[in-house]
Design a binder for this molecule. Sequence first.
Ligand code: ASP
Length: 307
Amino acid sequence: MIKHLKSAADLDAATATLILDTAGEMAALAGREVKKLPTLRGRTVVNLFYEDSTRTRISFEAAAKRLSADVINFSAKGSSVSKGESLKDTALTLQAMGADAVVIRHPASGAPHRLASWVDGSVINAGDGTHEHPTQALLDAYTMRSRLGKIEGLKVAIVGDVLHSRVARSNVLLLTTLGAHVTVVGPPTLIPLDVAAALAPGIKVTYDLDSVLADSDVVMMLRVQTERMQDSYFPSAREYSRRYGLDAPRMRKLPEHAIVMHPGPMNRGMEIAPEVADSSRSTIVEQVANGVSARMAVLYLLLGGKA
Ligand code: ASP
């Protein structure tokens, strides 16, 4: 088993499948009255969050607690980081406290790689800048597999702000490793050709959402990340929504079995219409629930558990 999970590219098909299978075992626990396993008793998991998060932070905390680990939640606000302490000094503090795993979210792409060179424990990337978010890709793959029965051969359209999306990058890497066919869709300004080419060999690019809907098993909508935009990438929110928003008429073009995903947080009414987000095709709430199982599997396996 790998020691760190910094990128979805760290996972070959066998390792990714083992994590998804283990997540299935973990999900079975959620239906029990006592949801805890003693597996990580005595181990310490630190959640090191330098960027805002709702789902991911709570999800990692729930996952570590269900495995009986001691959990330390560190957020940059209110810590010595606001006094200018560097990531390295914070890392050395965690090292001195004996962290067995550090879950890090950071605005700088590559921060988990640096951290892994300073601490002895496992490092898990919970989102670094516009780079990667591998556990999101795992929970998304788990959701696809549980809804559609497989990943290999699925046609997955990833739609929207690909340029700024670590979710897109990790999903492209993991899904292609697992044999899905990925098409990225969005305005040309948000999918520059070099970005698309660098994502993974063989992925398709289109700027026309309507052309892919009838042939997609999965449509994954991405949040428009205005907080990361220094330029204007499209004329107006209304224009973006008209061309790239998933509304009810577009949803009707999907095959009967197709599902709609979104990692959250959503801009309702922009990339996704409320009636789509709340429809029975939407897996958005399921993705959140599956996130806990997927992260339990990652913590369990990285910290030495067996399948
Ligand atoms: N929650 C995801 C992330 O942290 C997606 C998003 O923010 O749009 O990358």
